[in-house]
Each structure stands twice: as structure tokens, then as C-alpha cells.
Design a protein around this ligand. Structure first.
Ligand SMILES: CC(C)(COP(=O)(O)OP(=O)(O)OC[C@H]1O[C@@H](n2cnc3c(N)ncnc32)[C@H](O)[C@@H]1OP(=O)(O)O)[C@@H](O)C(=O)NCCC(=O)NCCS
Length: 168
């Protein structure tokens, strides 16, 4: 069973194992690892986790049976990164892909957004990212525009959260 857990020291070993699987120099979508984050040492990891808890975005790790599979981020309306990065980001470690983890995590993010009254949710992905496009289309995402971002072709999608809206 998949679950979303907040970044925490308790999962340092499990997180590091996932991080090593992504490999050096790979951008780990959904994790908010900054260029100055020193996540390979316990002390650096602690500082990074502390920073995540102060980040204006909300971050979770996708966990299954204690194994860290991926990361998921929700950015709120007042986040200055919103226009470029969208409300949601997610990434799943290579060995856990193709099992529905990203779809499940995106569903959780959309439900979270609905609870916050955010509708629609903006998602941004590279024009050639077929896996992410399929994940977004799983939730009937509507393509808003395709444009250049620093030499990279990116797609902007809108996702309705109406079906996730809490019943009163
Ligand atoms: C994109 C990514 C998040 C998908 O994760 P995942 O857990 O494998 O996705 P799921 O198993 O939930 O699959 C979701 C849909 O995408 C499709 N899909 C996933 N990977 C695919 C691929 N490489 N090629 C084609 N379709 C793919 C699945 O078939 C599924 O389609 P369906 O809803 O029609 O059944 C994962 O490949 C990843 O982490 N990539 C690197 C980081 C990244 O690109 N993040 C998104 C940034 S915008």
C-alpha cells in the first residue's frame, strides 16, 4: 500500500538508497533537492529535511512497506515558483515505475489541492516526457499551452479537482 509521509530523519537510510538509485547528476523531480543540498551525509540530510519543513511548498515522500519510492510536492498560490513549475511535482525511483505509484501520488496531491480550494491545478512537464504526460492524462489533464522555458519545450496542463472536492 502506498502512503505519503513527511520528510523525516527516520527514513534516512531508505531515502539514501532511493537517491543512489536515481544516480548522480539526475534531477529528482518532486524532492526539492537544491544545488547546495548535501543529502549524502547524515548532517547534511538533517539540514535539508529541516529546510523542507520550512519550504513554502508542501512535500511528501511516496513510501511502500517502509521503502521510499518517490517524492511529491504541492505548491500553494502564493509560491513564487508556481507559474514556472506548477502546483504539483512528482518523481518515482526507476525500479518502482510502471506500478501506478505516480498516478496514486498525483491523485493524493489533487485531493489535497481540492481540500485547499485550488481548482484547477497547474502542472508543467517537458514536452518529451511521455510518462509524465500519461500520468497527467490519467486525470483528464487539459493542455493549456506549450512553450519554451530556458531552451526546453514544456507543456502547461490544467487539472480539475472537482471530483476530489470534499463533501460537506
Ligand atoms: C513520469 C513518472 C513520474 C511516472 O511514474 P510511474 O509510477 O511509472 O507512473 P504510473 O505507473 O502511475 O503510470 C501512469 C501512466 O503513465 C504511463 N507511463 C508511465 N511511464 C511511461 C513511459 N515511460 N512511457 C509511456 N507511458 C508511461 C503508464 O502506462 C500509465 O498510463 P495509464 O494511466 O494510461 O495506465 C516516472 O517515470 C518518473 O519519475 N520519471 C522521472 C521524473 C519525472 O519525469 N517526473 C515528472 C516531472 S513533470
Amino acid at each position: 500500500m502506498f502512503e505519503l509521509v513527511r520528510p523525516q530523519m527516520d527514513l534516512y537510510a531508505e531515502w539514501l538508497e532511493a537517491h543512489r538509485e536515481w544516480g548522480p547528476g539526475t534531477h529528482e523531480d518532486g524532492f526539492a533537492i537544491g544545488q547546495d543540498s548535501d543529502v549524502d551525509t547524515e548532517q547534511g540530510f538533517r539540514a535539508w529535511v529541516d529546510r523542507l519543513h520550512r519550504d513554502p511548498g508542501e512535500l511528501w515522500w511516496v513510501v511502500e512497506d517502509g521503502r521510499v519510492l518517490g517524492g511529491a510536492t504541492f505548491r500553494s498560490l502564493d509560491d513564487e515558483r508556481l507559474p514556472r513549475l506548477g502546483h504539483v511535482s512528482y518523481g518515482i525511483r526507476p525500479s518502482a515505475r510502471g506500478r501506478g505509484a505516480a498516478s496514486w501520488a498525483l491523485g493524493e496531491l489533487l485531493a489535497h489541492a481540492a481540500g485547499r480550494g485550488v481548482d484547477p491545478v497547474l502542472a508543467v512537464c517537458r514536452d518529451d516526457n511521455v510518462g509524465s504526460i500519461a500520468t497527467l492524462e490519467h486525470f483528464d489533464a487539459t493542455l493549456q499551452e506549450t512553450k519554451d522555458d530556458d531552451g526546453v519545450r514544456v507543456r502547461h496542463y490544467a487539472l480539475s479537482t472537482a471530483r476530489f472536492r470534499p463533501l460537506h
